[in-house]
Design a protein around this ligand. Structure first.
Ligand SMILES: [Zn+2]
Length: 156
């Protein structure tokens, strides 16, 4: 029995031999890495074969391609999510350092933008503004003064 049996070298040898039976007349290419796909592969195949790399990880053009597509699709929504996380963290600091009653100047100096809350509304008397952020709410209390309350409406 050959010493190559079941060794990587032997597998590569077999793969090399098999390559002699592949033709590339159709000129199909992997959508991810552009590597040629043999005519012998199934008609619906759009990606090269999954491959186990020497470090044991799996290279899959199909998975990578779909993940990139999904990422691109979700990009804008993630950016909005990150923005509100940033606002949440700033409000947390503002509340800790200045207390629950804050001036508009203080709100602005902590980089919090009331005009970009998750939701803004009037209170029941329709006189004062309410700005809902994730986890916190600003209620207009006096002119240019706001009361911060912990709110679960858009809880983290
Ligand atoms: Zn590929």
């Amino acid at each position: 029995m050959s010493k190559y049996i079941e060794s990587e070298t032997h597998q590569q040898y077999i793969k090399h031999q098999m390559n002699h039976y592949y033709t590339y007349y159709i000129e199909r290419k992997c959508l991810k890495c552009k590597k040629a796909i043999p005519d012998q592969a199934h008609g619906l195949i759009k990606f090269c074969e999954r491959e186990v790399l020497p470090d044991g990880s799996i290279k899959s053009c199909k998975d990578d391609f779909n993940a990139a597509k999904r990422k691109k699709k979700m990009g804008p929504y993630k950016a909005i999510g990150y923005y509100h996380k940033l606002m949440h963290d700033r409000i947390e600091i503002l509340l800790r350092e200045k207390g629950e009653l804050v001036s508009l100047d203080e709100i602005l100096s902590y980089g919090i933008n009331l005009t970009r809350a998750v939701e803004s509304d009037y209170d029941q008397d329709e006189r004062n503004f309410i700005h809902y952020f994730v986890g916190y709410t600003f209620r207009e209390y006096l002119e240019k003064e706001f009361l911060i309350t912990v709110d679960n409406k858009y809880a983290t």
